[in-house]
Design a protein around this ligand. Structure first.
Ligand SMILES: NC(=O)c1ccc[n+]([C@@H]2O[C@H](COP(=O)([O-])OP(=O)(O)OC[C@H]3O[C@@H](n4cnc5c(N)ncnc54)[C@H](O)[C@@H]3O)[C@@H](O)[C@H]2O)c1
Length: 249
């Protein structure tokens, strides 16, 4: 499976390339693309996707959400499956992703970790079993992270919303007043080199359930992105996520 890594000079791009060069999940580097350049050998190197027209089976994107529109145009033009691991999309950008999935296979997940997929599933189950509980999500990340709250915190909240249709997200509570019954509080901490921690607290008056995932090394997300690519290249056009991949295994 020949892959193009978009965002090849970034933290995550570097990890994906390191693993692809080691042949993980049957991957092989076709091209390393980064607008700011990158130091990659053994494959084509470009500053924009449009510069690369060589062989490829899939694109993996770890860049910035504003890159998504151009990324999708490139993937559609070349009929290439695309793994979008970038976070922070606007509703308009999400609509573009959905529309592109009618033409090409698209894997879109704000968290590529299997552990977080399990966490999301446990959170949904707990929220369903305790319909009156207060739910709060706390996420911690390194001090270079751009988007707030994390895409994963939103992914977890969205999953809980499946069983709490009236849920409203309160991001960074900062005004006086009581919480409402239907709110999901989402709180972001930015500090040091934290790879990613997500904690969901589900509290009734008498007990608290705490579900927590800690990412110890960002290699975990790179491995997940390569697994997603290996899954995606076998799928027809459509929109896929971690749940779909887990169901297929
Ligand atoms: N889904 C997940 O599991 C997961 C995990 C970690 C990070 N992320 C997300 O992935 C993204 C990248 O994270 P990072 O830590 O690697 O960031 P980073 O800033 O280290 O890397 C981003 C790279 O993208 C490049 N880039 C920007 N615009 C580009 C363009 N138009 N074309 C090509 N390259 C371009 C930048 O030059 C940079 O090298 C973020 O949105 C982050 O939140 C997702």
């Amino acid at each position: 499976m020949k892959i193009i890594v978009n965002g090849a000079g970034g933290r995550m791009g570097n990890e994906v390339i390191r693993m692809a060069q080691a042949g993980m999940r049957g991957a092989e580097m076709a091209a390393a693309v980064d607008i700011n350049g990158c130091n990659v050998t053994g494959c084509a190197v470009a500053k924009s996707l449009d510069e690369y027209e060589g062989p490829a089976d899939c694109v993996i994107d770890f860049t910035h959400h504003t890159v998504t529109a151009g990324l999708l145009e490139y993937a559609k033009k070349r009929k290439l499956p695309v793994v979008i691991a970038t976070t922070g999309h606007t509703e308009d950008e999400k609509a573009l992703i959905k529309a592109a999935a009618a033409e090409i296979p698209v894997f879109f997940s704000y968290n590529m970790s299997l552990g977080v997929a399990v966490l999301a599933s446990l959170a949904e189950k707990a929220a369903k079993m305790f319909p009156d509980a207060d739910i709060e999500i706390i996420e911690k990340h390194h001090n270079r992270k751009l988007d707030v709250p994390s895409g994963t915190a939103l992914l977890l909240a969205d999953r809980i919303k499946l069983v709490r249709a009236d849920a409203e997200y309160v991001i960074g509570r900062h005004e006086n007043g009581k919480r409402t019954k239907n709110e999901i509080g989402i709180h972001s901490l930015r500090m040091g080199n934290v790879v990613g921690e997500h904690e969901i607290l589900i509290s009734t008056d008498n007990e608290v359930i705490t579900l927590k995932h800690e990412a110890k090394d960002r290699a975990l997300f790179a491995e997940g992105a390569l697994s997603a690519a290996a899954f995606l290249v076998k799928q027809p056009a459509g929109l896929y996520n971690m749940q779909d991949m887990m169901a297929a295994e």
